[in-house]
Design a protein around this ligand. Structure first.
Ligand SMILES: *[C@@H]1O[C@H](CO)[C@@H](O)[C@H](O)[C@H]1NC(C)=O
Ligand SMILES: *[C@@H]1O[C@H](CO)[C@@H](O)[C@H](O)[C@H]1NC(C)=O
Ligand SMILES: *[C@@H]1O[C@H](CO)[C@@H](O)[C@H](O)[C@H]1NC(C)=O
Ligand SMILES: *[C@@H]1O[C@H](CO)[C@@H](O)[C@H](O)[C@H]1NC(C)=O
Ligand SMILES: *[C@@H]1O[C@H](CO)[C@@H](O)[C@H](O)[C@H]1NC(C)=O
Length: 211
């Protein structure tokens, strides 16, 4: 726990590449898509080298590459090595996204957004974005999602009901125990009373009420 926390803090100081919270896109063939990527660095950047690579069945093909001189500046110029690709990043948002025009089924696969900040002595950072090209957006996926969601929801509801019932039973048991204890106390104190009829019986009956 502490290790992961300190690792997280430690890595947050260096460069970080991000392809978004959902690094995955399913798109129709023929459509135009954005492959998002941003960078962040606590120590600042200087001549940040970045590229996009396409994993073509194991071999990495460079899609584009460039260098960003300083934070907030646009990379210039951006070299592009693949058809139907445009660089659409903007310096003021640390945005190095690219646009893929008129995608085909050959465009499907993993795209790696790679960055290296010379301030970090050649440390490599990257994030992967996965593009899936489909002929028509499937409806089956939705029903599957709904089934999974309702199953998860049902499980959670079941768990909550179980917890509620368990707590209720525990509560009832506790109450019964308490009642028994009080009854027991009352009994024992009354027994005490009968035993020491002649003795002091002033404070005894109030003891159970205090509990
Ligand atoms: C998708 O691809 C198929 C086969 O390659 C093609 O016939 C179809 O026209 C394409 N659809 C679009 C919208 O480009
Ligand atoms: C991808 O790789 C597999 C095994 O590594 C090979 O059998 C297949 O032919 C390759 N496909 C292409 C399109 O290169
Ligand atoms: C994408 O397709 C449209 C229509 O088919 C075409 O006009 C346009 O030039 C294509 N864009 C690129 C970058 O290939
Ligand atoms: C990056 O820039 C493009 C084009 O301006 C925009 O569509 C996209 O939302 C931006 N992404 C982020 C994460 O800011
Ligand atoms: C970083 O990536 C480059 C290729 O772009 C490679 O040559 C180098 O060995 C990598 N460095 C580390 C530390 O992994």
């Amino acid at each position: 726990m502490i290790l992961t926390l300190s690792l997280g803090v430690w890595s947050a100081q260096g460069l970080e590449m991000s392809t978004g919270k959902v690094p995955f896109l399913e798109a129709l063939n023929g459509s135009t898509v954005i492959l998002p990527c941003t960078y962040a660095s606590c120590i600042g950047i200087k001549n940040l080298y970045f590229n996009w690579q396409y994993n073509d069945n194991g071999t990495m093909q460079k899609v584009c590459e460039s260098v960003i001189p300083l934070d907030g500046m646009d990379p210039h110029p951006v070299s592009i090595y693949r058809e139907r690709v445009d660089f659409i990043g903007t310096g003021d948002h640390n945005n190095i996204s690219i646009l893929l025009w008129n995608i085909t089924f050959e465009d499907e696969g993993q795209y790696t957004c790679f960055g290296r900040n010379p301030k970090e002595k050649g440390k490599n950072h990257s994030a992967i974005f996965t593009l899936v090209v489909v002929d028509e957006l499937r409806v089956v996926d939705n029903t599957l999602t709904i089934i999974i969601a309702s199953a998860v929801g049902g499980a959670i509801a079941l768990l909550m009901t179980f917890m509620l019932v368990k707590n209720f039973i525990l509560f009832v048991l506790f109450k019964i125990e308490e009642k028994k204890k009080i009854e027991c106390l009352v009994q024992s104190s009354s027994a005490d009373e009968t035993n020491n009829v002649s003795g002091s019986k002033t404070s005894k009956p109030t003891t159970p009420k205090k509990k």
